[in-house]
Ligand binder design. Structure first.
Ligand code: ATP
Ligand code: MG
Length: 419
């Protein structure tokens, strides 16, 4: 026997018994973003490796160990499956000069790839909805991004999410802070793990993002960046909080929030659930005013976030509203010498009228076809035999209720089903 080929570890098939929930989720997403004036952008899944190295930062988990990078055999280019969407979005905006016609509210949705240890809520191919507001510098747009999330949780029926916000100041803030942090970490060198020791002199701020439980106390007691905050960043942070308060959005300040990517400055935020264990962050983002210039564009401020679709769907598990299910209206059973052409025409006629219809394929006797109709989940079986063809009718049988079957003119079927 030929050995079977399996999907790659950490990369999941999403089966029809699940996809209806994804489709429902995606529909909500598109409507929600449209209601805030955000427009969809679609970029390739593969990019030059350099794009991610330059944007996410060399000394980060993603670039150091999580990227799927390979050499294109044809021209020796180093290519990478996108681990996130911001870099690609910004690249596309620069490449097509979108900012020349003014600031842009954009979003995308699709698979991302990271070589992580697969576990619940953490996969190697996972999906994100990314939202980016490019060309906006004020705290108002930071607040907009958080407020719109809060509306989404309501639309999806998700409750219990906590908004944590923080600030990273500007590059001078971080330079000043870096010196003090380094001094502190040097003093506690013996408590650091291998990763942190390696990052001590390349990117000490990254150490604060460590998930290692043994490091948490050291991290907790480290000096805080907010003590070195420049006054403009402080005003920005204060104003953001004032808008959130005015709009009744509850939040807490988390001074430890550094985020796993280097490009952030000023505002950073996360939405966290307590129901997902260690993988509790469902949405994360922040301001990245330096990124556009850093990857070759004309300097412009920007802010954005990404949500983990699998984690949000896991939270939606408790709510499986009926409208998420697809509803097949009828299954057409047909048998006889003369039925073929008529059955096809009936199916297309009913689809024209907006019904979802399966036309039985593959022949078989009446009983076998009725079994398939039952298993299809349809509300009605429409039965067509030679008699029905002669009279231009169909026999309608409910598959969900005990009731007599009725023979109807094709034109009356719609009316009957609607009742
Ligand atoms: P984490 O701390 O969980 O590794 P991160 O900081 O690496 O997250 P981001 O790069 O900010 O995550 O991505 C935004 C969101 O995408 C996360 O909050 C999470 O919901 C989701 N996400 C990130 N990595 C994965 C993954 N490997 N599998 C599933 N979802 C993920
Ligand atoms: Mg990560």
């Amino acid at each position: 026997m030929v050995s079977s080929i399996k999907a790659i570890r950490g990369m999941n098939d999403i089966l029809p018994s699940e996809t209806y929930r994804w489709i429902y989720f995606e529909q909500v997403i598109h409507q929600w973003l449209a209601s805030y004036g955000y427009r969809n952008i679609r970029t390739p899944i593969l990019e030059q490796t350099d794009l991610f190295v330059r944007s996410i930062g060399e000394v980060t988990d993603i670039v150091e160990k999580e990227m799927y990078t390979f050499t294109d055999q044809l021209n020796n280019d180093s290519l990478t499956l996108r681990p996130e969407g911001t870099a690609s979005c910004v690249r596309a905006v620069i490449e097509h000069s979108l900012l020349y016609s003014g600031p842009q509210r954009l979003y995308y949705l699709g698979p991302m790839f990271r070589h992580e240890r697969p576990q619940k809520g953490r996969y190697r191919q996972f999906h994100q909805v990314g939202v980016e507001a490019l060309g906006y510098g004020g705290p108002d747009v930071d607040a907009e991004l958080m407020i719109m999330c809060s509306r989404l949780w309501k639309l999806l029926g998700i409750s219990g999410l906590r908004l944590e916000i923080g600030t990273l100041g500007n590059s001078e803030t971080r330079a000043a802070y870096r010196t003090h942090l380094l001094e502190y970490l040097e003093r506690h060198r013996n408590k650091l793990d291998e990763d942190s020791l390696r990052r001590l002199h390349t990117n000490p701020l990254r150490i604060l993002d460590s998930k290692n439980p043994e490091l948490q106390e050291t991290i907790e007691n480290a000096p805080k960046l907010i003590e070195y905050l420049d006054s403009e960043s402080k005003n920005h942070f204060d104003e953001l909080q004032a808008i959130l308060q005015d709009q009744g959005i509850a939040f807490m300040i988390n001074l430890r929030l550094v985020r796993g990517l280097d490009y952030y400055n000023r505002t950073v935020f996360e939405w966290v659930s307590d129901q997902l264990g260690a993988q509790g962050t469902v949405c994360a983002g922040g301001r990245y005013d330096g990124l556009i210039e850093q990857i070759g564009g004309k300097s412009a401020p920007a802010c954005g976030f990404a949500m983990g679709v699998e984690r949000l769907l896991a939270l939606m598990d408790q709510h499986d509203p009926a409208e998420m299910q697809s509803n097949l209206d009828c299954y057409i059973v047909h048998q006889g010498e003369t039925t073929r052409d008529y059955a096809w025409k009936c199916a297309e006629f009913l689809r024209d009228k907006g019904l979802d219809v399966i036309l039985h394929c593959g022949g078989g006797n009446f009983k076998a076809q009725m079994k398939k109709a039952d298993a299809s989940g349809a509300y009605y079986a429409l039965i067509i035999g030679d008699e029905e063809v002669k009279t231009n009718q169909v026999t309608v049988k409910s598959l969900r209720q005990m009731s007599e079957q009725v023979r109807l003119n094709l034109n009356d079927v719609m009316q009957f089903i609607k009742q």
